[in-house]
Design a protein around this ligand. Structure first.
Ligand code: HEC
Length: 215
């Protein structure tokens, strides 16, 4: 396929992006800053992707769950909670990632659009990726949650980390339950999602869609 000419590519226009749903975006904004999504409830997406730091964390190599503080002042923490190692890669900014041309994510490309597992993506979850993640960016959003040093924590510390130890997809239903048991979230999801009539129906797929603000 011929690539579009520079004149066609720039400036970027709204129809080149997956459409934003304002109602889901308002839930996503809450979740992005909510530590409830981390195993030990001590870190949120925004800790490493903060608007104050250009959408990253202001560090060369990130400090995940167990660390203390925000941005360049973040430290490895103290005592038993102290991080065991830094995130071995730089936390990138998240601008424009809903662009329809993006088909690979993460520095090493470990998530990409592909039919290899008949679920739409080649991902670290292989055939155990939940169904219904219909964009690359929504599939991406569920991986920091199950990364030991980013958000999940270490085995024996919490039920999320323990579940991942069994199999990667065992942790997502536990996280979804945590979110849907918070009445405010339950109500917001029922309002924003046509397929959710009661909070009990909320799964990690709706949480991912809210996080990335898309229809
Ligand atoms: C501990 C810090 C940390 C936390 C918490 C974290 N991230 Fe990240 N994020 C990173 C790092 C580091 C990378 C790059 C990792 C890689 O490529 O392997 C990254 C990559 C990404 C990317 C891919 C960017 C690209 O262009 O490929 C997206 C999207 C993203 N994060 C979204 C999120 C969301 C959503 C959450 C919360 C659910 C989250 N992150 C939580 C550190 C973090």
């Amino acid at each position: 396929m011929a690539s579009p000419s520079t004149a066609e590519q720039y400036p970027l226009s709204e129809n080149q992006f997956h459409p934003i749903d304002p109602q889901k975006a308002s839930i996503g904004q809450l979740l992005f800053y909510d530590k409830v999504l981390s195993g030990n409830q001590n870190i949120s997406c925004s800790t490493c992707h903060h608007p104050k730091h250009g959408g990253g964390d202001g560090l060369s190599l990130g400090i995940g769950e167990g660390g203390l503080g925000l941005g360049p002042e973040r430290t490895p923490g103290k005592g038993a909670q102290k991080i065991r190692k830094r995130i071995p890669r730089n936390a990138s900014a998240l601008w424009n990632l809903g662009h329809k041309s993006i088909n690979v994510m993460f520095h090493d490309g470990r998530l990409e659009i592909s039919d290899i597992y008949q679920n739409g993506f080649n991902s670290p979850a292989q055939e155990w990726l939940p169904n219904g993640l219909d964009t690359l960016i929504s599939a991406q959003a569920i991986f920091p949650l199950v990364a030991q040093f980013e958000m999940a924590g270490n085995p024996k510390e919490n039920e999320i980390a323990g579940a991942i130890h069994d199999r990667i997809d065992a942790a997502w239903p536990i996280l979804a339950k945590r979110v849907r048991l918070i009445p405010q979230y339950g109500d917001l999801f029922v309002e924003a999602f046509d397929n959710i009539d009661v909070p009990q129906n909320i799964t990690i797929v709706e949480i991912a869609k809210a996080l990335v603000c898309l229809y």
